[in-house]
Design a protein around this ligand. Structure first.
Ligand code: NAD
Length: 408
């Protein structure tokens, strides 16, 4: 199943809505730079990519994923979503993404470091604070960003902390980055709840994916008194109709255990978890979780995409027909890249910005994006999806930048 093929279909809908010319569509449909190689470690080959989808609004920006299923189609789609996300968030970046195809859980830390450095040995000419700025994604973290920064600086012979974000604090990272994606999504979820479920007590929530994005999101919603009835990780899920104790579950997960083995609740599969009776379903794992095969079984009225691309194009149509509302990835999960932008700006200017000020700025930016998307949705009398509204706003901003540059 090609993920990028879905993106083309979505872009065609934007074209129709906004009457975009074929010349402009050509600009939107072609990635600007595809770098790929095979990294060799101990005689084994590891396919690796870095793709810059668009740089009309600024340098490339997007994470690096380590996962056994990474493919060029996936990296290109993730880079495309980053371009739209950065545009919608109104931050001065194009979109990019990278990845290495392997299972980091099966690699020892020494080799993980070597492979991370090998990635930079190959990619460093294409990276830099004004060219393309990576960050963490699935199964990469601040330690990997630190190794990559170190290797890059050895290669270029100068310090340049702004070439990568999501770094440890000592190397120029921001404390705020840790839960920024969840914080942004939490702000969006509050807007959504205020709009659609204002008077409902005891809102039930299911969270798929209990990593950086999903775990902090579950914690924030739990702290607000909502009932988190199920969560899952790659091993499976855990369900308790009375609500799980998320604080304890986080301690359990952070001790290296899977949520499936947690003492309370009933173990369930990831497939079952998606189809639970709930008000809100938070998707915070990977792509293609809701497809044409299970979309009709989704009972949640509201779905929030913290993961990139968890719902396929066909599934979107089925969910819309069943009156399910989807808060799209490029809106819901942009908190991470917004805080990455703060980190980059601080690294470049040498200015230290107050954390409370930045947290407040993140909140304002998220709210502004919600207001823009929601009012476009309302202007169209709710006949388009929030996704289409968000895509249209993002695409038009990219095309305006292309126009100023004389490219269309
Ligand atoms: P992570 O590696 O911290 O966590 C991923 C979680 O998903 C883990 O708990 C893992 O066990 C679980 N998982 C993996 N496969 C699963 C499956 N099939 N079913 C259920 N759970 C599964 O990664 P993350 O940073 O939390 O990223 C999750 C998603 O959010 C990705 O799509 C990523 O691109 C997106 N995202 C993350 C950020 C960020 O700042 N972390 C920002 C924007 C988007």
């Amino acid at each position: 199943m090609s993920i990028f093929a879905d993106n083309i279909k979505r872009l065609r809908e934007v074209q129709k809505l906004e009457e975009i010319s074929d010349t402009d569509m050509k600009l939107l449909l072609s990635p600007r730079q595809i770098n790929k190689t095979e990294l060799v470690l101990k005689g084994k080959k590891y396919p690796a990519w870095r793709i810059v989808y668009n740089y009309a609004l600024g340098p490339g920006k997007g994470g690096i994923r380590f996962h056994p299923e990474v493919s060029e189609d996936e990296v290109q789609s993730l880079a495309f979503w980053m371009a739209l996300k950065n545009s919608l968030a109104d931050i001065p970046y194009g979109g990019a993404k990278g990845g290495i195809k392997f299972n980091p859980k099966e690699m020892d830390p020494k080799d993980l470091e070597k492979l991370s450095r090998l990635y930079i040995d190959y990619m460093y000419p294409y990276l830099g604070q004004d060219k393309d700025i990576p960050a963490p994604d699935v199964y990469t973290n601040s330690q990997i960003m630190a190794w990559m920064l170190d290797q890059y600086e050895k290669k270029v012979g100068h310090h340049e902390p702004g070439m990568i974000t999501g770094k440890p604090l000592e190397l120029g990272g921001l404390a705020l980055r840790g839960d920024a994606t969840a914080q942004g999504a939490y702000i969006i979820s509050k807007e959504m709840i205020a709009e659609f479920l204002p008077a409902q007590p005891d809102i039930k929530i299911v969270v798929q994916g209990f990593g950086n994005a999903g775990l902090f999101m579950a914690e924030k919603l739990y702290n607000d008194g909502h009932k988190i009835i199920a969560v899952s990780d790659s091993q499976g899920g855990i369900y308790d109709a009375a609500g799980l104790n998320i604080k304890e579950l986080i301690i359990w997960k952070n001790s290296g255990q899977s949520v499936v083995d947690y003492q309370d609740g009933r173990a369930i599969s990831n497939a079952e978890l998606l189809e639970l009776e709930t008000d809100i379903l938070v998707l915070a794992a990977l792509e293609n979780q809701i497809t044409k095969d299970n979309a009709k079984n989704i009972k949640a009225k509201y779905l929030i995409e913290l993961a990139n691309g968890p719902i396929t194009y066909e599934a979107d149509q089925i969910l819309a027909a069943n009156k399910r509302l989807v808060v799209p990835d490029i809106l819901a999960n942009s908190g991470g890249v917004i805080v990455s932008y703060f980190e980059w700006a601080q690294n470049r200017t040498g200015q230290i910005l107050d954390e409370e000020y930045l947290k407040d700025l993140l909140g304002k930016k998220m709210k502004k994006s919600w207001d823009l998307v929601y009012s476009k949705y309302r202007q169209q009398e709710n006949k388009i999806s929030l996704r289409l509204a968000a895509y249209a706003i993002a695409v038009l901003r990219i095309l305006a930048a292309e126009k100023w540059r004389g490219n269309n």
